[in-house]
Design a binder for this molecule. Sequence first.
Ligand code: ZN
Length: 285
Amino acid sequence: MTGSKDLEKLVEYYHNKKLAHAYLITTNNIPKCLEVLLKVIKNIFCVNNYEDNCNKCSLCHLIDLKNLPSLKIIEPDGEFIKKEQILDLKNTFAKSNQFTNESIYIIKNAEKLNSPSANTMLKFLEEPEGNVIGFFITTEKDNVLPTIQSRCELISANFLEDESTDITNVEYQELSQKVIEYLKDIEVEKKKSILCNNEYFIDLEKADVKNFLSMALSIYKSTLNNKINGTKENPTFLSNLSIKNIQRKMQLIIEILQEINYNVNIELLLDKFVLEMEGINNEVI
Ligand SMILES: [Zn+2]
């Protein structure tokens, strides 16, 4: 699974006593990131030799139930993460540390910390008393308050829609560049499908083609989310597309991804893909 490797390094850091007090994790998928992070935490705390789905020990069990007193997950209450939520976290940690050597908090959507809650948070970050470890997760690093950013170690954990293969963050970035070039060829250059596909897909394994299309899906998906939320950051060549246009293209990619599983001729399928993309662009939507 993409992104997992980047987070799994934390287990090693922990055992080598090199784990920092706070991490800012940038990701394209918060639920997935949280899921993997919880596995990492189980791996750290587990009293057995941790294996996936450890159900032998009470610690893993309590983490699964989101009921371990020394592990707190905070998410926005309405529009922001509120000061009271951070105060509550501090109180909880002051009382409960008997289960584990460290207390861990996870802040989902760290960009939603506003000034009051971030100020309350800073004390944790500046004077880490006891063994407290914090993970701030965000999809919008640039919107996380600088006071928080500057006190955290940065890591990235990005995930593909289709999780059939495990690639590192560097590979993810490279793939993402390549897919953006490909989409530019389709969206802007309007290259003929055969020419376009030959350039990109020659000698690619089926799994690579799936990764490629999953990445394309991720790019359209985040463009769509940014459009809906009014955030900037869209690749400029996609910014003029309508919401409906993007939704149609996402649907098409999902269909193509399903068809690949049925072992059809990949070349024909990719040509069909580019032709249909063109068809969507020719409709007025
Ligand atoms: Zn366990």
